[in-house]
Design a protein around this ligand. Structure first.
Ligand SMILES: *[C@@H]1O[C@H](CO)[C@@H](O)[C@H](O)[C@H]1NC(C)=O
Ligand SMILES: *[C@@H]1O[C@H](CO)[C@@H](O)[C@H](O)[C@H]1NC(C)=O
Ligand SMILES: *[C@@H]1O[C@H](CO)[C@@H](O)[C@H](O)[C@H]1NC(C)=O
Ligand SMILES: *[C@@H]1O[C@H](CO)[C@@H](O)[C@H](O)[C@H]1NC(C)=O
Ligand SMILES: *[C@@H]1O[C@H](CO)[C@@H](O)[C@H](O)[C@H]1NC(C)=O
Ligand SMILES: *[C@@H]1O[C@H](CO)[C@@H](O)[C@H](O)[C@H]1NC(C)=O
Ligand SMILES: *[C@@H]1O[C@H](CO)[C@@H](O)[C@H](O)[C@H]1NC(C)=O
Ligand SMILES: *[C@@H]1O[C@H](CO)[C@@H](O)[C@H](O)[C@H]1NC(C)=O
Ligand SMILES: *[C@@H]1O[C@H](CO)[C@@H](O)[C@H](O)[C@H]1NC(C)=O
Ligand SMILES: *[C@@H]1O[C@H](CO)[C@@H](O)[C@H](O)[C@H]1NC(C)=O
Length: 555
């Protein structure tokens, strides 16, 4: 069916052949952060240090799995209540170097912690990017843990990795372990990580039949799985100088291979399982010969994927090489075929391969708005549990009470924090959210002064054109162009809190000698503000925005 496509559609944008040239240097210790979710103490497993998660997340609760034969990192999970939390995300925030890209691995082992038989199915998100659906059902039936790997470029000083409640199932999202490891610039560098991220589909060491391996064989702790029943372990494996192969595969993958001793094609159904179409894949294939080439094409082979030429006349060498393409369309079952090139006298072979799905980056909310929102969050003692990660992205997972505009610049458009039981202060940085056109803060226990909101042009504009408060606008301005009043004008549309400030304002005006018009208005508002008289003291007003216990509520 692929032949029906115009051939040009199948030609990779970038297809590169790389030779290993540099000497060996395997002196790296693992960088990065390994988090044992739900654990309250750290641990060391196979020489790697795992941290408890409390320093990286505040939402959710820790749960212990009632099984004793589990590795330490699966023993506890952090679980997030789903009730009313559909389309909310809960994020780990990991400080990172924004100039690097990171390998992110999430691990899940359900262990029945929610009481349901089947594991929950939910979304996982990195920064503003919807990474993929987490469905561990099949693995869990086999009593196995599941992991997902991806490569992401952070959009800020923290990388956020979130699990997020969707409507697929009705039990709580959870996570067992999270690893975030910085990668060297040269890894996967044919992908533009400002526009894309990579989500791992398969990573196999061919002809290998041992357990999955990572660190220390792989200096970045990428997990390599065994593939191929007809193992051809090399009788005399030599360590290769992998440092010249851009993606820095572990030497260990060159110790085994799949091959044919006859000069005939080798076909693998790889990556195993059907792949979703309509997306591109990034493919890297690794080869090393155990003989030097005795002529230009005696050990050459052609590579096709589903009968489409992927690379022609690949001449294997003992130093090892990788052939990769950054955007290759695949769909359904994939056949990888290695055919000896005409004139070749050697059978085909392959040592390892990686396939990633190329996913579009979700982008990021304007940094200045994000900083202001974080400051706002930090001034509340009890900000909503889902106020972490990007405030606006992915668009289905905005922070509770936040709406955004999704133009070329992603901005905070309105805040509706009504009745959230918030305690604390309103950060003055709210005035930096210059795209804000509406702020609703009613029925919370906020205290302190109302920040200067004169920078919020949209709010000012609304004030100027408010038909409801047009009449009030003039006297208000003459009192002072105190942005406090602006906040009031918006609030009054929805909330009684504002009425407090209108009352305050009028009280202020009155104390300077009232006009009859103002008195009339005061009466009108006074009837709405049942407790109007208790707010006559404007000094009290200004310093206490705090909320009213139900008994003292205004309306
Ligand atoms: C970054 O992450 C650290 C650790 O989770 C956290 O303490 C800090 O508040 C985060 N910073 C921002 C700006 O979110
Ligand atoms: C999760 O995976 C199982 C097994 O593959 C499948 O039956 C189920 O439909 C999936 N659930 C969702 C919500 O995709
Ligand atoms: C990728 O990394 C290699 C090795 O450092 C370098 O030679 C090459 O120019 C890089 N490619 C891009 C697109 O940055
Ligand atoms: C796949 O890659 C090609 C070439 O870069 C690009 O034109 C096409 O839009 C991509 N397809 C998707 C679904 O991203
Ligand atoms: C290999 O190719 C090069 C140029 O492409 C040629 O000069 C050389 O003679 C060839 N060697 C063999 C052994 O065919
Ligand atoms: C893949 O290979 C199998 C067996 O070699 C063959 O039956 C099947 O048609 C091939 N599929 C594709 C898409 O080439
Ligand atoms: C603000 O939030 C409250 C509580 O969630 C809701 O009742 C109200 O309709 C919202 N107002 C607007 C303008 O969205
Ligand atoms: C005020 O908020 C609380 C929750 O914080 C809610 O229970 C109560 O109903 C709200 N009152 C009004 C009048 O909306
Ligand atoms: C609102 O009205 C005041 C006074 O007339 C004016 O100075 C200000 O520029 C107006 N603001 C906007 C955004 O129109
Ligand atoms: C009322 O008087 C105070 C101080 O005397 C002054 O700052 C304020 O602007 C006056 N308000 C009006 C509405 O004239």
């Amino acid at each position: 069916m692929s032949t029906l496509l115009p051939l040009s559609a199948m030609i990779p944008t970038r297809l590169l052949l790389l030779l290993a040239l540099l000497p060996i240097c395997l002196c790296q210790s693992l960088q990065g952060v390994l988090i044992d979710c739900g654990a309250d103490v750290g641990s060391v497993i196979n020489g790697l240090e795992w941290l408890p998660d409390s320093g990286y997340i505040s939402a959710g609760s820790s749960k212990v799995i009632a099984r004793e034969d589990l590795v330490q990192t699966l023993f506890t999970v952090r679980s997030f209540p789903l009730s009313n939390n559909v389309f909310k995300k809960f994020c780990y925030e990991i400080p990172v170097d924004g100039t690097k890209k990171y390998l992110v691995r999430t691990t899940y082992y359900y262990g029945g912690v929610n009481g349901n038989t089947n594991p929950p199915v939910f979304d996982q998100i990195v920064d503003g990017t919807l990474w993929r659906v987490v469905n561990t059902t099949e693995d869990y039936l086999r009593r196995e843990a599941s992991y997902y790997e991806g490569v992401f470029m952070p959009t800020g000083k923290n990388l956020s990795v979130c699990v997020a409640g969707n409507t697929y199932t009705d039990s709580d999202p959870f996570i067992s372990a999270l690893e975030v490891v910085p990668l060297w610039d040269q890894l996967y560098n044919s992908t533009d990580f400002r526009a894309h991220a990579l989500s791992l589909v398969a990573r196999h060491s061919f002809g290998y039949d041992g357990p999955v391996f990572g660190y220390p064989d792989d200096q970045f702790n990428r997990y390599w799985q065994p593939f191929g029943a007809d193992a051809f372990p090399l009788s005399n494996p030599q360590d290769l100088a992998v440092s010249g192969i851009w993606n820095l595969p572990p030497q260990k993958v060159f110790h085994t291979r799949l091959s044919k001793s006859l000069v005939e094609p080798l076909t693998l159904n790889w990556p195993p399982g059907p792949l979703p179409g309509g997306v591109n894949y990034s493919i890297a294939l690794y080869f090393a010969d155990d003989h030097a080439s005795d002529s230009n094409n005696s050990r050459a082979m052609d590579i096709t994927i589903n009968s489409v030429p992927y690379y022609r006349n690949l001449i294997r060498t003992p130093v090892g090489l990788v052939v990769f393409s950054s955007q290759w369309p695949l769909a359904g079952i994939t056949n990888l075929t290695l055919t000896p090139a005409p004139g070749s006298t050697a059978g085909p072979l392959i040592n390892a391969g990686e396939v990633y799905q190329v996913i579009p980056s979700g982008g990021k909310t304007l940094a200045r708005d994000v900083i202001a929102m974080i400051d706002l969050r930090n001034h509340f003692h009890n900000a909503p549990a889902d106020w972490s990660g990007d405030p606006c992205l992915p668009s289905r997972y905005t922070w509770t009470g936040v709406t955004c505009s999704y133009g070329p610049r992603i901005r905070i458009l309105s805040l509706n924090l009504t009745s959230m039981g918030l305690v604390g202060l309103i950060s003055p940085r709210i005035s930096r959210l210059t795209a804000l056109s509406s702020i609703l803060l009613g029925n919370n226990s906020l205290s302190g002064t109302i920040p200067d909101l004169s920078s919020l042009k949209a709010v000012q504009n609304l004030w100027n054109h408010s038909s409801v408060f047009g009449e009030l606008a003039e006297p208000t301005r003459s009192v002072s162009l105190n942005p406090t009043n602006v906040l009031i004008s918006l609030e009054i549309l929805e909330q009684n809190l504002i009425l407090v400030f209108v009352a305050q304002l009028l009280a202020e005006q009155q104390s300077n000698g009232s006009s009859s018009a103002q008195s009339k208005r005061k009466r009108r508002i006074g009837t709405e503000v049942h407790a109007g008289e208790s707010f006559a003291d404007s000094a009290t007003m200004r310093s206490s925005l705090h909320q009213h216990s139900p008994g003292r509520k205004l309306r």
